[in-house]
Design a protein. Structure first.
Length: 463
């Protein structure tokens, strides 16, 4: 059977796209207007409406809820957050520890709310297993593990080759680090369930309604303008399409493939009974999950960035990227050499210039935003939404400061990305350097990170 390429994602091919909601019928008003119907926008609407049921909240979505990264991601509900180390340098270690603790709790918060709302998103809390293949990856794994312990993750485990194989038998894995603060889920089921829960609370959702411009108290669309005291931008990787935001966050491309269902005999060879999410310590890293119907979904960077911050429409990915992901799959699990690839797809995620996720409310304008998750948005979007809720309530006089409004990522300012062609040249060069560093580390077995990768990290602003 041939591989389906595009069609938004496998998750929607499997579960079906939602019935379309009506577009904005014309000019209107609201107490709060949320731009973007992905995880961030939907969670924000959910928590605001739960906190203040009489609020008139309108969500505007360009396509349909969950069309972007929320319906295309790898299904990693985990405690990683972009920018923690930088926040430690800017605000102190204790502030970053509070941010990490909030992320640890966010995994359980998502599980709690989905259970409470009857959202069946195939969630299984098996933790996250990060593996190392080479001496340089092992050194990075040990450093990564030690840093996470220092940030308060005392329940994280460092596992040797034998202990790693007892969880998942990845060929060539020499060690791993495991945290319990992670779960596998079905991205589209979560997005569809959230949208339904939000509507049931009385939130208005208009789909097929692209917002072209956001300005104080206005969200402008081709069908009319929504006027509201608060306009919250929750557009993540699609932010560049808004007027004046071409260089705000870079839309980084990520691609995935998913296998045909694997028989029990194969699973007995691979293991993976705990259904952990699986990652590695390569510079051009991969991410994977064992799905509820016993496939392997695996992703990584394909073409990392399209010139001019362009984004795709239907998720189609290049054949070379499909093959590269298949090669990673076979390298990890050689017994899958003859397994069919059922589906391939791509999507974009938001990357700020300093690689730090942020939540902001400008009290002088009523404009707010959250995002820049750099691929860790499944859980981070929930924490961001609860933080936006608290910021709006604080600004409107309904509450005072909270633990969430005091977190170091609140109101963090980031400079814009460089103009083209510098932006395109820089990203292409960086990822070429990361791939070259991975090749060098795997062939020379150097025990230290390749100099090329260290230089790329410094130039990119990742470290």
């Amino acid at each position: 059977m041939s591989t389906v390429n595009g069609g938004i994602s496998f998750w929607y091919a499997q579960d079906g796209t939602p019935a379309p909601r009506e577009p904005l019928p014309g000019d209107t008003t609201a107490d709060i207007c949320i731009v973007g119907g992905g995880y961030t926008g939907l969670w924000t609407a959910y928590y605001l409406k739960k906190a203040v049921p009489f609020l008139n909240i309108t969500v505007l979505e360009a396509k349909f809820c969950g069309y972007g990264a929320s319906g295309r991601n790898g299904g990693w509900l985990y405690n990683g957050i972009a920018g923690r180390d930088r926040y430690a340098r800017l605000h102190g270690h204790d502030a970053a520890v509070r941010l990490q603790q909030a992320m640890n709790g966010t995994v359980d918060e998502v599980i709690r709310v989905t259970g409470q709302e009857g959202i069946d998103a195939d969630i299984h809390k098996g933790g996250v297993l990060e593996i190392a293949h080479t001496p340089a990856q092992l050194a990075r794994l040990k450093a990564f593990h030690a840093v996470d312990i220092a940030f308060g993750e005392k329940d994280r485990l460092l596992l040797g080759a034998r202990e790693t194989a007892e969880r998942i038998r990845v060929t060539g894995a020499v060690a791993s680090s495991w945290t319990p603060h992670g779960a596998r889920l079905h991205p589209a089921k979560l997005a569809k369930g959230l949208a339904g829960a939000v509507e049931a609370l009385g939130v208005t959702i208009h789909e097929s309604t692209p917002v072209t411009e956001i300005r104080p108290k206005h969200a402008v669309t081709p069908y009319g303008t929504v006027r509201a005291p608060y306009v919250l931008r929750c557009t993540e990787g699609f932010t560049a399409s808004l007027k004046g935001h071409r260089r705000t966050w870079l839309p980084m491309n990520s691609s995935m493939i998913v296998t045909d269902p694997l028989p029990e005999q194969v699973w007995s060879e691979i293991g993976w009974a705990g259904r952990e999410t699986l990652g590695d310590m390569a510079h051009a890293y991969m991410y994977a999950q064992r799905t509820a119907d016993d496939r392997i979904a695996i992703g990584g960077r394909g073409v990392p960035y399209r010139y001019g911050s362009r984004t795709d429409n239907d998720g189609r990915t290049q054949p070379a990227t499909v093959e590269a992901l298949r090669e990673i799959l076979i390298r990890f699990f050689p017994q899958l050499a003859g397994t069919g690839i059922a589906h391939a797809w791509s999507g974009v995620l938001g990357v700020p210039r300093d690689w730090c996720a942020t939540v902001t409310l400008d009290r002088s304008t009523g404009l707010g935003w959250a995002g820049g998750y750099v691929g860790s948005g499944v859980a981070t979007a929930n924490l961001a939404a609860r933080t936006l809720r608290d910021l709006v309530q604080q600004d409107s006089g309904q509450s005072g400061p909270t633990d969430l409004t005091a977190l170091p990522w609140v109101n963090h300012k980031v400079r814009n990305w460089e103009p083209e062609p510098l932006r395109w040249l820089g990203v292409q060069t960086l990822y070429a350097a990361y791939r070259a560093a991975d090749r060098r580390e795997s062939t020379t077995h150097t025990p230290t990170t390749a100099r090329l990768a260290r230089l790329a990290d410094k130039i990119s602003g990742r470290h």
